[in-house]
Write a protein that binds this ligand. Structure first.
Ligand code: NAP
Length: 277
């Protein structure tokens, strides 16, 4: 019988996950299908029970359901519980277990350009769900400092207060953080600023950026945000959101199937969907 996988979100029309996972099923000769499911907030509980009743092997969860789904699951692993968001669910003999692969997905992608986070001074721009997953994951890697800059400073303050791991952190507005650009070894941009169609926007100027700095933007549409473009022009090592997206999907695929999939093939699939190279 065909194995069922999927992703719950709203809207869900632009998701790249089905084509990426279905390509992996064909690569590994698996009789399986991954479908997008558009689910309204009020239908989320029914949708989760429906997937359980249908015997889905596993599924992803995306905006706006990553936190709302938690009460409808049987178990949530420690990292996902501390982040307060689930992006991957595994059906273990009828028991639905929630995980979060976003933070580890980011870290695995980052390891392609930076061998270790230990000893680094990092600025995370944004304090939403993705920032939270990345911040908590990197906090465990012994950096010297992870500061958070956010439009709404209260959200940055709250995020720092809620981090379950010991880490030196300060909260800034994005404007304030712009005055300290030269202080950091790494920038991680996690807001929607610069995302298509508003591609001319940029969170802060990188005027005093040091050349040795690593600059990541977890946006993948466009592939090079204005922020990344400026960082690259100033000689920094840059990374867009493709690596995080592919690795979070690879970690989910591994949880469902036991296979850690072909990352290069996944990247090519996603770049193909985005019309890039
Ligand atoms: P979220 O929880 O809604 O958080 C949004 C963040 O962006 C908040 O910090 C918010 O600040 C800030 N923000 C939104 N609009 C802004 C604006 N106009 N000016 C300044 N700040 C603004 O969203 P999320 O789930 O963290 O997702 C954030 C981004 O990451 C999206 O672009 C998403 O596509 C991307 N993402 C990528 C991956 C990947 O795999 N590459 C995975 C997850 C997310 P306030 O606190 O002030 O509202």
């Amino acid at each position: 019988m065909k194995k069922l996988f999927g992703v719950l979100g709203n809207p869900i029309g632009h998701t790249m996950s089905p084509a990426m996972h279905n390509d992996l099923f064909s690569l590994y000769n698996m009789d399986a299908i991954y479908l997008p499911f558009q689910v309204m907030d009020e239908d989320l509980h029914d949708a989760v029970n429906g997937l359980r009743a249908l015997g889905a092997v596993g599924f992803n969860v995306t905006i706006p359901h990553k936190s709302k789904i938690i009460p409808f699951l049987d178990e949530v692993d420690e990292l996902a519980a501390s982040i307060g968001a689930v992006n991957t669910v595994v059906n273990q003999d009828g028991k639905l277990i929630g995980y979060n692969t976003d933070g580890l997905g980011f870290l695995k992608g980052l390891n392609g350009i930076v061998s270790k986070v230990k000893g680094k001074r990092i600025l995370v721009i944004g304090a939403g769900g993705a920032a939270r997953a990345i911040y908590f994951t990197l906090a465990k890697e012994n950096p010297i400092q992870i500061d958070i800059a956010n439009r709404t400073i209260e959200n940055a303050v709250d995020l720092i207060a809620e981090c379950p791991y010991p880490i030196s952190s300060r909260a800034f507005t994005i404007e304030e953080a712009g005055k300290h650009v030269g202080d950091y070894d790494m920038f991680i941009q996690t807001t929607m600023i610069g995302m298509s169609p508003k591609i001319t926007e940029q969170p802060l100027s990188l005027q005093n950026l040091r050349k040795q700095t690593v600059v990541c933007d977890i946006i993948y549409n466009p592939l090079e945000t204005r922020f990344l473009h400026e960082a690259s022009e100033r000689g920094a090592t840059v990374q867009n959101g493709i690596d995080m997206f592919v690795y979070q999907g690879a970690l989910a695929f591994e949880k469902w199937t036991g296979i850690f999939p072909d990352i290069q093939r996944m990247k090519e699939n996603v770049l193909g969907q985005l019309g890039g190279k």
